[in-house]
Design a binder for this molecule. Structure first.
Ligand SMILES: Cc1ncc(COP(=O)(O)O)c(C=O)c1O
Length: 398
């Protein structure tokens, strides 16, 4: 008996493997400081939980439309559109079990075998996995480190466009590096997309995870972009709902209709009673989300303070997401490490501090010389952040 050979092309999200490694280390009796997974150890806002109980008790337990219930599609069209300065209607929204399904369904709709897709690397690893699995050719683009964060190397990206390039994946407020585009950078990307007639997947997973009064900026707001862009929307991060599995694909109706066909073939529908609860709460009382955001901001501040206290590490303070992506080249050299994964596992075993590293976010590029790690501060409380980073400091400086 044989397996499908395409499976050789399927990648994974190795942050889950790092979690498993940390769990094994914890089972041996060690205290773990979990900076590895972008999960949230805080409760979902009360109004969402209460509305969910209500609709569960109203027996919203059967199948519902595979494209999502009209009330939630309407509510999302209004909320997502108004927060990006564009108008969407119900036909622009198809509900999904989380943000992730938008990735494979988007490629399944707009990509043919042999098409090239530009994607961020380092970046969320599922882009590379799905492009390859579905027969496309992943073409990475990278970021340069700046004083305040990271910027896309637009000229390099432009040079990698060919007549086979079909799509651009863009994750502003980026995982793992927390990059936030300037208006100029976003416009340069939009110009390229329009000039080369590319589809764009705008992964907005962290669009509302912001620690600044500056409103977030979206590429769909730039003229000529709304008609070529599909937004990956998710409730996971803003409302601490990673395990609930609700999100949406939002974009041109001709793409959305095709994605809805995959919903019928795949999951039939997204959870029925949760959709009603979200339709009732989207755009309403935001106090729960605000509390989550304040706690995440306090954790960010502790994380950045703790990292910058370590000799050889200097990180800027990101204004979005819940990740820090320090350059550890100097500290590795000081401690005699040349292999990043050995540095990571040695740090785990010496201190219990568990984090991901560059190679968990796409295949490293040939011209990379610096070493980076990613710390997620969404799943660890402030005391543990302080304690863990103090241990990391003594180990690194010891
Ligand atoms: C950039 C990015 N996109 C998409 C997702 C997937 O989100 P969800 O858990 O809603 O499927 C994640 C989750 O970590 C992410 O970081």
């Amino acid at each position: 008996m044989k397996f499908n050979t395409k499976l050789n092309r399927l990648g994974t999200e190795t942050a889950f493997a790092v979690s498993a490694q940390a769990r094994v280390w914890a089972e041996k009796g060690h205290k773990i400081y979990p900076f590895h997974l972008g999960d949230i150890n805080l409760p979902t806002p009360k109004n969402i939980r209460e509305a969910t109980h209500k609709f569960m008790n109203q027996n919203k337990n059967g199948y519902c439309p595979s494209e999502g219930i009209p009330e939630l599609r309407e509510a999302l069209a209004h909320d997502v559109g108004s927060k990006r300065g564009v108008e969407y209607g119900i036909n622009n929204v198809v509900v999904q079990p989380g943000g992730k399904p938008t990735i494979w369904k988007f490629f399944a709709v707009i990509m043919n075998e042999g098409d090239e897709v530009l994607y961020p690397n380092p970046g969320y690893p599922i882009y590379e996995s799905q492009i390859k699995y579905q027969g496309g050719i992943p073409i990475p683009y990278s970021y340069d480190e700046t004083e305040t964060g990271f910027a896309i190397d637009i000229e390099k990206l432009r040079a990698s466009i060919t007549d086979k390039t079909t799509a651009l994946v863009y994750n502003n407020y980026q995982n793992p590096i927390s990059a936030a585009s300037s208006q100029d950078e976003m416009e340069a990307l939009a110009d390229l997309a329009i000039e080369h007639d590319l589809w764009v997947l705008s992964d907005d997973a962290y669009y509302e995870i912001r620690y600044t009064d500056d409103p977030p900026r979206s590429i769909v707001n730039i003229p000529g972009m709304k008609e070529r862009t599909v937004i990956l929307y998710t409730f996971s991060k803003k409302f601490a709902m990673t395990g609930w599995r609700v999100g949406a694909s939002i974009g041109p109706s001709e793409v959305i209709n095709q994605i809805a066909r995959f919903n019928i073939n795949d999951e039939s529908c997204t959870n029925h009673f949760i959709q009603h609860a979200l339709a009732e709460t989207v755009g309403g009382d935001s106090s729960g989300a605000n509390e989550l955001s304040s706690e995440l901001q306090a954790r960010r501040d502790e994380t950045i303070k703790g990292l910058n206290a370590i000799d050889g590490i200097h990180v800027p303070t990101p204004e979005s997401t819940f990740y820090s992506y320090p350059n550890v080249s100097t500290v590795m050299a000081n401690k005699g490490f040349t292999d990043l994964d050995k540095f990571r596992t040695s740090a785990l075993e010496a201190t219990g501090v568990s984090f991901c590293a560059r190679h968990h976010f796409g295949t490293p590029l040939a011209d990379e010389t610096d070493h980076y790690i990613r710390l997620a501060y969404s799943g660890i409380n402030q005391n543990d952040i302080r304690e863990g980073l103090a241990k990391l400091k003594s180990w690194i400086e010891g």
